[in-house]
Design a protein around this ligand. Sequence first.
Ligand code: FES
Length: 252
Amino acid sequence: MTVRHLRTDRWWLPPAATAAGLLAFIVYATWRAFAGSHYYSEPYISPFYSPCLASSCPAMPGGARWPIFGSWWPLSPAVIILIVPLGFRMTCYYYRKAYYRAFWSSPPACAVAEPHATYSGETRFPLILQNVHRYFLYLSTIVAVILTWDLVLAFRDKHGSWGHAGLGTLVLLVNAGLLWTYTLSCHSCRHIVGGRLRHFSKHPVRYKLWGWIGVLNNRHMLLAWTSLFMVGFADFYIYLVSSGAFADPRFF
Ligand code: FES
């Protein structure tokens, strides 16, 4: 009898856990993205909805509200902007490995043969489109800047007075921090900063930055999961506050 692999450990556990985690996030994000409500509670805006690009977005003093999509846009404003983080994560080198294993068994795990008869890698359509990852990195960096501005605005109270903070401010702070570290730990980012150089000695600043990004890059998987969880949690927190289910505790 031929065996497909010789592994005796529970090799199926990581891909199964990955599939469960990604499916849970997809279900939650789909619900919230299409809900189109309870995403803003002065001074907080959900990261799923920022920048807010539809004319249906509420007035947000100082916030990133650019109603480029007029009343003809039939869906929730989140559907417009979520294309950027979705594209960024879908084409991320780590997530690619994770969902190829979890959903396509390609391959299911190290040293476990995949069930497909042929393998073309990412050399053909549609998977060759994964090469656009670098461009999603550029767009995601712009979104990260906007979410950082949202964090700055969260240091106001309901009346627009500065120098205040609540639990929501802390939630947005952690979210922005994880989003930045995940973005900077990107393999494409590392290549942009330190790649294509013949001599590091002639580019000391880039070499230094490359070293720092390398430290983050070593933790890319961890940052991918923690930032994914945190962006969902930040949205859920603002949903609770906006819907009146939870009163945001104020620290000062
Ligand atoms: Fe994961 Fe770029 S490789 S975000």
